[in-house]
Ligand binder design. Structure first.
Ligand code: ATP
Ligand code: MG
Length: 565
């Protein structure tokens, strides 16, 4: 590509509303432009990168034996009603009507559509297993679109869905996809971790996420410092703590007139936060009374994903209203405790292990000190309800947990027969008997992957693309203020030669001053820069610099080709 004919739309100023580096650099490099909240236009430069990621994904999916399809983004609402997700998915699902007032949704994911395809097209066990994939636009009406394409409302996803006769075959394909994803992200050139994950809105029983480690990541991950244990904090287990100590103190009521949080009470009484206990009141699951109180140590935080999985807690976890709390405790939130509580209490293991703790007195303006389970408050049911913290024992028994941040670029699930059952998919087995296939689904955020790579690969001057997804691998920068025909010819001939060798090359023939030209080429992250100038030609060399290095190298023609090959 000759840059004089390209729309290279770099910006000097740092966009004010872009909070993270990838968003800033994608705008500054001229990769994307915002159209509306969470909705972007990909400019020619950005699209070159997006298409390269897409090509790697497609190549590896094909190699893995998956079959490409392309479904519509607009999906009849009936399919979502059939699966039961039309109401369950909530306001992230964009609903629309056609001119006949028929209901449609914009697909945020395509389990229903592909399961319906299988219902219509697959009749016999001989046609299984099968794995359909697509690289297609998804729409999720995210409550807080942010960080550019990292959390957009419209984005490109590779989604695939596999169907099997039995669980063993699903497990085989799940491993096939896991290996495929490893190859994809390795080829893209990004540093990633595979972590245990919650199955969330997709549903099912086994799942892992592919996470790009980056400070700006929205996901918190717990990783062992000695083993390969790694889990999203949503599912990182915290085990039963050491046995509870014997009670030593007597129960006493203390005035805490304005102190409502554990932090405030601990500061007032000058005690460690870890000796306080808080109650979080949530709605109970249907048919189990109205409310349940969840007890967590003051220095710990409640894990809503774990809580929602508890059989006595409504899913998704829903906090009780202030009126409901007053009704159950006869007191305002901020002064609640298990002593005398009239609703069931479920304690996190670490909260259950407390002795002589401090908690609310169920009376506005007062807390209790020296409280003890059994003696003062009924022994609670126990469960793993909290978020893991730095230094917790790793659940696999090896080492301690560290907390790191990650960007979820992919997730794989074993849904089991969840959707095939809901949509009534059956195939005939060898004996001619009807059988419900079991299924897996596998997603990659193609647009998010582009942003995630930038979070990991950048410096003060701009993006530092890995070769595999750079908009061009090589930039030839022409310095020719006198418009010397020899310099023009040398740059043209090198450009033609590299292009002929299949090396994706940009020729910067825009006639900019060297400083401005180099700044652009660094900003847009081209891995290899070659300068063609009158001086170099006289010496028979090209000036070469790798992106991310600070030294130039003078190479002759042969050395240059060798290096780029
Ligand atoms: P998140 O937890 O980040 O909201 P998710 O778990 O809901 O994502 P999946 O349903 O697993 O997402 O979708 C598959 C992939 O699509 C994700 O791994 C992610 O890379 C990408 N993705 C999901 N939501 C968005 C979004 N709003 N913008 C860009 N990419 C997204
Ligand atoms: Mg996910």
């Amino acid at each position: 590509m000759r840059l004089s004919r390209f729309h290279l739309a770099t910006l000097k100023e740092v966009p004010a509303d872009a909070e993270i580096v990838s968003h800033r650099l994608m705008l500054r490099a001229g990769m994307i432009r915002k159209l509306a909240a969470g909705i972007y236009t990909w400019l020619p430069l950005g699209l070159r990168v997006l298409r390269k990621v897409e090509a790697i994904v497609r190549d590896e999916m094909n190699r893995a034996g998956a079959l490409e399809v392309l479904a519509s983004m607009v999906v009849p609402a009936e399919l979502w009603q059939e699966s039961g997700r039309y109401n369950k998915y909530g306001p992230e699902l964009l609903r629309l009507k056609d001119r006949h007032q028929r209901d449609f949704v914009l697909g945020p994911t395509h389990e229903e559509v592909i399961t319906d395809l299988v219902r219509r097209d697959i009749r016999s066990y001989r046609q299984l297993p099968i794995n359909f994939y697509q690289i297609q636009t998804k729409f999720r009406d995210e409550i807080r679109p942010r960080f550019g394409v990292m959390r957009g409302r419209e984005f490109l996803m590779k989604d695939s869905y596999s169907f099997h006769l039995d669980a063993d075959d699903l497990e085989r394909e799940y491993q096939n996809m896991r290996e495929t994803y490893k190859r994809i992200f390795t080829r893209v050139g990004v540093d990633f971790r595979i972590v245990k994950a919650d199955t969330g809105a997709i549903g099912g029983d086994r799942s892992e996420e592919f996470q790009v480690l980056a400070q700006s990541g929205e996901d918190q991950l717990a990783v062992s410092d000695t083993s390969d244990y790694a889990a999203n904090i949503e599912v990182a287990e915290t085990g039963p703590a050491a046995a509870r100590a014997a009670a030593k103190s007597t129960l006493a009521k203390v005035a805490t007139p304005t102190q409502k949080t554990c932090e405030e009470v601990a500061a007032l009484l000058d005690i460690p936060l870890a000796t306080t206990l808080k109650l979080i009141v949530v709605k109970a699951s249907e048919g189990d009374g109205d409310l349940v109180a969840l007890a967590v140590r003051g220095d710990h935080t409640l894990n809503a994903v774990k809580a929602a999985k508890h059989p006595r807690v409504a899913s998704p976890m829903t906090l009780a209203t202030e009126a409901e709390i007053r009704g159950a405790f006869g007191c305002e939130p901020g002064f609640l405790g298990p002593v005398g509580a009239k609703i069931p209490v479920i304690a996190d293991y670490a909260a259950d292990a407390l002795a002589d703790f401090v908690c609310g007195a169920n009376e506005a303006g007062f807390h209790l000190t020296g409280a003890n389970w059994v003696r003062d408050a009924a022994a609670p049911a126990t469960a793993d309800l909290r978020n893991a913290v730095e230094g917790d024992a790793s659940p696999d028994g090896h080492g301690k947990l560290r907390l790191v941040r990650g960007i979820e670029v992919g997730q794989i699930f074993q849904n089991g027969p969840l959707y095939t059952k809901a949509l009534g998919v059956t195939v005939l087995d060898e004996a001619g008997k009807e059988l419900t296939p079991t299924a897996g689904c596998y997603g990659i955020g193609v647009t998010r992957t582009v942003a995630a790579v930038i979070e990991q690969c950048h410096d003060d001057a701009g993006i530092v693309w890995p070769d595999a997804i750079a908009p061009w691998r090589v930039a030839i920068c022409m310095i020719n203020p006198k418009n010397d025909a020899k310099v023009n010819a040398a740059a043209d001939s090198l450009y033609a030669e590299l292009t002929a060798r299949g090396i994706d090359t940009a020729l910067d023939d825009r006639g900019l001053r060297p400083g401005a030209m180099f700044a652009d080429i660094e900003l847009i992250g081209i891995p290899h820069r070659i300068v063609v100038s009158e001086r170099g030609l006289a010496a028979g060399t090209f000036e070469y610099r790798a992106r991310g290095e600070t030294e130039n190298r003078q190479l002759n023609h042969e050395q240059l080709l060798e290096l780029l090959a």
